[in-house]
Write a protein that binds this ligand. Structure first.
Ligand code: CDP
Length: 206
């Protein structure tokens, strides 16, 4: 079984994807972490994330396991990732990796921006997870505080809105629900309630 989960920044799709993978005995791929890894490698090398030649060179020779989750979630990495993610050649490399992952038994939950539309258009179930930008920023700000990162709620909100705008309006694989995706708005749901709602959708459509 393949479950495709897409949605904007900090919508709760990552946590949901992890819980669903455990519940259904599937593997999980956080596809954003691939773009974040390329972005972080560029930043660490003192490069410019907007430099396509540099991004492509790094993406081609990447060891995708070299960074911890805390490093991938560091300040500025999400923003740089969304710049890199708008490059077609970089996306082509990622597409291969993601499809190879999804094809391995016993199946997988993948979360990202274009899973239901491009990476796994034949997924058994597609969820598009959203929440109000202010709610998403609040969640991401709490995570940043727990990680001991600096920055204000307003900065987090601006980062989220800028990224949503870039991800939604880019020419390649923009953030949008697949025509056959089930929408799940988590603005007023805690994670357990969102998980139960997702399970009902999945059990009802498989
Ligand atoms: O966790 P969060 O929602 O903040 O972001 P993420 O899923 O780690 O993704 C970081 C960035 O990677 C996004 O803003 C997108 O630009 C890009 N991305 C993408 O283009 N396609 C995907 N399938 C996953 C992420």
């Amino acid at each position: 079984m393949i479950i495709a989960i897409d949605g904007p920044a900090a919508s709760g799709k990552g946590t949901l994807a992890r819980l669903l993978a455990r519940h259904y005995g599937l593997k999980h791929l956080d596809t954003g972490s691939l773009y974040r890894a390329v972005a972080l490698a560029i930043l660490n090398a003192g490069g410019d994330p907007a430099d396509q030649a540099c991004a492509l060179k790094i993406a081609r020779q990447m060891d995708f396991n070299q960074f911890s989750d805390d490093e991938l979630r560091g300040a500025g990495v999400g923003e740089a990732a969304s710049v890199v993610a708008a490059m077609p050649e970089v996306r082509a490399i990622m597409l291969k990796r993601q499809r190879a992952f999804a094809a391995e038994p016993p199946g997988a939950v993948l979360d990202g921006r274009d899973i239901g539309t491009i990476v796994c258009p034949d997924a058994d179930v597609k969820l598009f997870v959203t929440a109000l930008a202010g709610v998403r920023a609040g969640r991401r700000f709490e995570e940043a505080v727990l990680r001991g990162q600096d920055g204000s709620y307003e900065e987090v909100l601006r980062d989220i809105e800028r990224r949503d705008e870039r991800d939604t309006n880019r020419a390649i694989a923009p953030l949008k629900p697949a025509a056959d995706a089930h929408l799940l708005d988590t603005s007023e749901l805690d994670i357990e309630t969102a998980f139960q709602a997702a399970v009902r959708v999945i059990d009802g459509s498989t």
